[in-house]
Design a protein. Structure first.
Length: 308
């Protein structure tokens, strides 16, 4: 529906003003904070996307995915029997088999997500992108994080972008598809809104802010614009599309603010792993430290949270 795209206008000063207010929101305290943090844990895509990834560090990541918070801390909060795990484990396609086998050996059903489609730059031929997606699914990935070709956005080739994402959607088969917009490289908030709409029209299950490799990753102005697009798409079609901020989210306070923003913009029904994820590699460490402090009243030493 190109008519939707042609009418898009984003009031950037208003969005930026709103984002500044979001940063000043007061965070919750005490048991309420612990509850929000545990909710954040269940929505994390625990990620390792390094050139030196090996089967052993992926195995360790999967163990942490199943046991994100120390058992004694969960018992102190009476949450040890609630099955708290992260939302997914996210790796490169070459490490998908390692992650699937590790999680299977651990006896848990956490999905494995794989980046694909020329991640992170998107500068590979479409045929290569589709082949990479199909291989990741074949290896056992249940979620695929594709990345769009930024050039199609920057040159206004909206139909071309739609067709590319549509083909990626078909290549994913039964796997859920998260479409990474790489918002820091799209040039304007209007382009972010348009790319969000095109990605949802093409069948994306989630839209995601960033690869984590750009200079600018998940920011509140971009989050507001993408969530307004999700809301508009839901009003128009009745389809709920998930949202995933990723890149640069490192502190428990930031995680809670993102959760509050989702609640404010989209409602409580979006605060589930099915519709909201946090892409992060180091965030879980800070969350566990905050929970440790809440339970014990003292700050964690390095050896207290050795698996973080």
């Amino acid at each position: 529906e190109l008519g939707w795209i042609s009418k898009v206008h984003v009031n950037r000063p208003a969005v930026v003003r709103h984002a500044e207010q979001i940063k000043k929101w007061r965070t919750v305290k005490g048991n309420w904070q612990a509850a929000w943090l545990l909710k954040a844990v269940t929505c994390i895509d625990l990620t390792t996307l390094s050139g030196d990834d090996t089967p052993s560090n992926v195995h360790r990541l999967c163990f942490k995915a199943k046991h994100p918070i120390r058992e004694d801390l969960l018992k102190a909060l009476d949450m040890h029997d609630k099955g708290i795990t992260v939302g997914a484990v996210c790796v490169y396609p070459a490490r998908v088999t390692d992650a699937v086998n590790a999680l299977k050996a651990a006896g848990c059903n956490i999905p494995v997500a794989s980046v694909a489609a020329g991640f992170p730059s998107g500068q590979t031929p479409l045929e290569t992108k589709l082949a990479e997606i199909k291989l990741a699914v074949e290896y056992g990935a249940r979620e695929i994080d594709i990345v769009i070709s930024r050039s199609l956005v920057l040159t206004g080739q909206w139909e071309g972008l739609y067709k590319e994402i549509r083909q990626c959607r078909e290549a994913c088969g039964e796997a859920h598809m998260k479409t990474i917009l790489a918002t820091g490289e799209l040039g304007s908030l209007a382009n972010v809104y348009k790319a969000s709409m095109i990605a949802m029209m093409a069948g994306s299950d989630f839209i995601k802010t960033s690869t984590g490799k750009e200079v600018e990753n998940a920011t509140f102005p971009v989050g507001v614009v993408m969530m307004r697009a999700i809301k508009e798409f839901y009003w128009q079609t009745g389809n709920k599309v998930g949202f995933k901020p990723a890149g640069g989210i490192r502190t428990a306070k930031e995680a809670i603010t993102w959760l509050m923003l989702v609640k404010d913009e989209l409602g409580v029904e979006w605060l589930t792993p099915e519709l909201f994820r946090l892409g992060a590699s180091s965030l879980l460490e800070d969350i566990e430290k905050q929970i440790f402090y809440h339970v014990t009243g003292s700050h964690a030493l390095q050896h207290d949270l050795a698996m973080a």
